[in-house]
Design a protein around this ligand. Structure first.
Ligand code: NAP
Length: 449
């Protein structure tokens, strides 16, 4: 092994990237140095730009990331895009190992007519917009219509439905961007309709998030009890070891008994319905849905099967929240069918010295903590390869020289700390955790301070 610490580039500074950096920097044999390469001037990935702003407790995991960043051997290289400022091949030639933790940066498609009509949005774009992602601030969401439809039964769908139902007062205490607070609080929306293609026992919600829907200051929650009658296959599945599904069904049954209290907005959940078309003349005016029956396939998985019974539901906007999807890093191996990097436990196939962790490794599933185990497992393989002496030999060149030659305005960790301090001080004056800088110009200017 070389007579110096192992130099590793971790690409992507969300939870998987930070947990990978942590595991690397804890290694004693070999000692490691980590350059955390990030496209944005800001770290933390979805913790900053995906987690709902009214979930400060979840966002507080960033404190653990700050501790990791303070370890010796850690550097943040923000505003550096792999594939543009530096290529995958160059990174591989500069470091002992490269570990991708780039997440899943686009949305899954539903593949139905009208999906791209104006007013039909991927939920991921709305989430990035209200969270202040600098690439999404130009978007204009027309929230004037009385009904908004959210497709999907996962936690992102719940986030979107809940955010749309928050009051001005609730939003004003968060780091939601000011334009988003005004747009949501002044929206004409009266009903937020969440559509699940399977039944209550198959929803991908986690229970605390589902419970929050029942505790909104400005929103009632409603479910038709007829939607909650379980088919025999779901009954049997619930009787097996599925505690989350059972708790979800209990919460939903309680919602089914509620009478709306007449709050300003109503969140309605419907089950066993699939959108088959998004309708409208030049923009979204309605969603056509079809009722499903549930059938167990040969492997026991409960699937939706269309019944032919259709219905048209007028609405002004649609948020498609049917899951994220990974995007290829130019030049690096990628499996189009799964939207992930093909790997054996995190060792990228056919690319010695290249590893992956988080959503780009296993797909967009699990909660933030899931990435700790995932990233640690990948790092164990990387360290094993380093100890075995099978990592390719890098050149002696440093990325700093290459980026300087190309005039890349790298944001260091100190640069991020300047952004962070400015955002927090702006927030303090308003009793908010922070007021985010939302444009590239503002972010880069603050980083230079
Ligand atoms: P998800 O949990 O995978 O949920 C996706 C939903 O979309 C599922 O209900 C799925 O239904 C449905 N779906 C997929 N294709 C569909 C189609 N063609 N038509 C209709 N429905 C369709 O994904 P997510 O909500 O994007 O969340 C991603 C991950 O982040 C999850 O692990 C989630 O728990 C996590 N997350 C956690 C939090 C939190 O802890 N507070 C917040 C946000 C996200 P089927 O089950 O039938 O496929």
């Amino acid at each position: 092994m070389a007579d110096r610490p192992l130099r590793v580039a971790v690409v992507g500074s969300g939870p998987a990237g930070f947990y990978a950096a942590d595991a690397l920097l804890k290694s004693e044999e070999p000692l490691c140095e980590v350059d955390l390469v990030e496209r944005l001037p800001t770290p933390w990935g979805l913790v900053r730009l995906g987690v709902a702003p009214d979930h400060p407790n979840i966002k507080a995991v960033s404190r653990a990331f700050e501790r990791i960043a303070s370890r010796e051997g850690f550097r943040f290289l923000g505003n550096v895009e792999v594939g543009k400022d530096v290529s995958h091949g160059e990174l591989v030639g500069l470091y002992d190992a490269v570990l991708y933790a780039v997440g899943a940066q686009t949305d899954r498609r539903m593949g139905i007519p009208g999906e791209d009509l104006p007013g039909s949005w991927p939920a991921t774009a709305f989430v990035a917009w209200y969270n202040g992602h600098p690439d999404f601030q130009h978007l204009e969401f027309d929230l004037a219509g009385e009904r908004a439809v959210v497709v999907g039964a996962g936690n992102v769908a719940l986030d979107v439905a809940r955010m749309l139902a928050l009051t001005h007062e609730e939003l004003a205490a968060t780091d939601t961007t000011d334009p988003a607070i005004e747009a949501i609080a002044n929206a004409g929306i009266r009903e937020i309709l969440l559509l699940a293609r399977r039944g209550p026992a198959q929803a991908a919600f986690t229970t605390p998030e589902l419970q929050e829907l029942g505790e909104l200051a400005g929103g009632d929650v409603a479910v038709d009890p007829a939607d909650l009658v379980l088919d025999p296959a779901s009954e049997a599945a619930l009787a097996a070891d599925t505690p989350i599904a059972r708790r979800n069904v209990d919460v939903l049954n309680e919602y089914g008994l509620r009478e709306p209290a007449g709050k300003e907005r109503l969140v309605r959940l419907r089950f066993c319905v699939s959108p088959v078309a998004i309708l409208g003349d030049g923009k979204v005016e309605a969603v056509e849905i079809e009722r499903n029956r549930l059938v167990a396939d040969e492997r026991g998985r409960i699937r939706p099967e269309p019944t032919g019974e259709r219905e048209v539901i007028p609405c002004g906007i649609v948020f498609r929240s049917v899951g994220y999807r990974g995007v290829a890093v130019p030049g690096a191996p990628f499996d189009e069918s799964s939207g992930t990097m093909p790997s054996d436990g995190g060792r990228v196939l056919g690319a010695p010295g290249v590893y992956c962790a988080g959503w780009i490794k296993r797909g967009p599933s699990g909660v933030i903590g899931t990435n700790k185990k995932d990233a640690t497992e990948t790092v164990e393989l990387l360290l094993e390869d380093a100890r075995a002496g099978v990592l390719p030999q890098p050149s002696d060149a440093l990325i700093d020289e290459l980026l300087a030659e190309r005039g890349v305005d790298v944001v260091s960790y100190a640069g991020w700390e300047a952004i962070d301090a400015l955002e927090r001080s702006r927030g303090e004056a308003q009793g908010r955790p922070r007021v985010k800088l939302c444009s590239w110009d503002e972010l880069l200017a603050a980083a230079r301070m």
